[in-house]
Design a protein around this ligand. Structure first.
Ligand code: F3S
Length: 393
């Protein structure tokens, strides 16, 4: 791998131990993936922030980083953590968990990371522009920015994204390169256009094509942020899709010749199969919405659905998950939601330790539907929001 003199200096430890270690990791990753050089990034998004997922080992790793003087050199945001940083008691979180979780967030803050704790930073805190190189972890968010915005990132892991944020560069391979962003399969999609249908489509496509780059035909031209985030999240969880194109929707669709590519049709039958696979519970104790985090538009829509209704006694607990900034922006609608359950920031149903309290959870997200059984020991009801709410009012 070719390093420039300033990069060699970092690798030789001339800019401190923490930058040396970060550079060492980037060079090692670059060698594994055949990168020829490093490329500058404009932002990073970091995962590996919930105490539930990183445990004491992760806490020590972060403490060592801070002890070694690690500081990010580009704007960097943080993924959801295991609890709402203020309202964690409403989530049945133990004091012991809370103390360690707060420590993790404090350590990221000391490194200069914006502790926004959201998986949708592209709606406000961290919005890359078309063509920019970034280093993002969080499979749903990185697929969204690659595809819907046209920024460029590989599917980074937590330590790799942190190292890139510290150095301000990442290894130049994979989705940073024009040719590697070409679609490899055409999906002829037939969906009803609801956000939930994008989630089921993502489930069906991800489990069919694994990690390939699909080119969608037939998606509505008004596919927006909410639909794109549901599709990105589901395909990244059911498969390992890090980028997708959609005709008349995404900025890089049409750049590549698709005439010789394999064509797969995904319609009603495949969506029904995906639905059957995701649904393993007939009733639930918790309904958790906001995977990925709810946008302002989604909060408004849920508020108009709930306005004037009363929560039935004995109905499931409800969590609405969003970012702190979005919660603040929609205060009036949030008040309506709060009559049904807490509007939680900083966290989500998958990275919170819900398995200590619940065993059956309802969600409208295929991504959560994939992870709730494996990471949280839950049986799952996966339906659109209106259907989930039938159990509530
Ligand atoms: Fe976000 Fe948690 Fe889903 S991090 S994408 S809400 S699993």
């Amino acid at each position: 791998m070719e390093l420039r003199p300033d990069e060699e200096r970092i690798l030789n430890g001339e800019e401190g131990e923490s930058r040396r270690k970060a550079m060492e990791l980037l060079v090692a990753l670059g060698k594994v993936y055949g990168a020829e050089d490093l490329i500058g990034i404009s932002s990073a998004h970091l995962s590996g922030a919930s105490y539930k997922t990183i445990g004491d080992g992760g806490l020590k790793y972060l403490s060592d980083q801070v002890g070694g003087g690690a500081k990010v050199s580009v704007p960097a945001t943080l993924n959801p953590v295991g609890m709402d940083l203020c309202r964690w008691k409403e989530m049945h979180i133990s004091e012991e968990f809370a103390v360690k979780q707060l420590k993790i967030v404090e350590l990221y803050g000391k490194m200069g990371v914006m502790t926004t704790c959201s998986c949708t930073p592209y709606t406000g805190a961290n919005v890359p522009r078309f063509g920019e190189h970034v280093a993002w972890a969080e499979s749903s968010a990185l697929s969204f920015v690659n595809s819907f915005i046209g920024a460029r990132t590989n599917r980074e892991g937590g330590p790799g994204a942190l190292a890139a944020a510290i150095v301000g560069k990442t290894a130049n391979y994979g989705l940073h390169l024009d040719d590697m962003r070409a679609p490899s399969v055409v999906i002829d999609a037939d969906i009803d256009g609801s956000v939930f249908s994008y989630s089921l489509l993502g489930q069906a496509v991800g489990s069919t094509i694994g990690g390939r780059i699909p080119y969608f035909r037939g998606l509505p031209v008004n596919t927006g942020v909410e639909e794109a985030k549901a599709l990105s999240a589901a395909m990244a969880a059911a498969g390992s899709v890090a980028m997708w194109h959609a005709e008349n929707v995404t900025p890089e669709a049409g750049r590549h010749d698709i005439s010789d590519l394999e064509k797969i049709s995904i319609g009603k039958k495949e969506l029904e199969e995906a639905y059957e696979k995701l649904n393993t519970a007939d009733d639930v104790q918790l309904i958790a919405l906001g995977c990925p985090h709810l946008t302002e538009k989604e909060i408004r829509e849920i508020a108009s659905m709930l306005k004037g209704k009363k929560k039935k006694q004995g109905s499931p607990e409800i969590w609405f998950c969003t970012s702190a900034a979005t919660r603040e922006k929609c205060a009036e609608d949030v008040r309506i939601l709060e009559e049904f359950g807490p509007v939680l920031a900083d966290t989500c149903m998958v990275v919170a330790p819900i398995e200590g309290t619940f065993s059956r959870t309802g969600t409208n997200s295929a991504k959560a539907g994939n992870y709730l059984p494996t990471l949280c020991s839950q049986s799952v009801m996966c339906k659109d929001i209106a259907k989930l709410m039938e159990a509530v009012y």
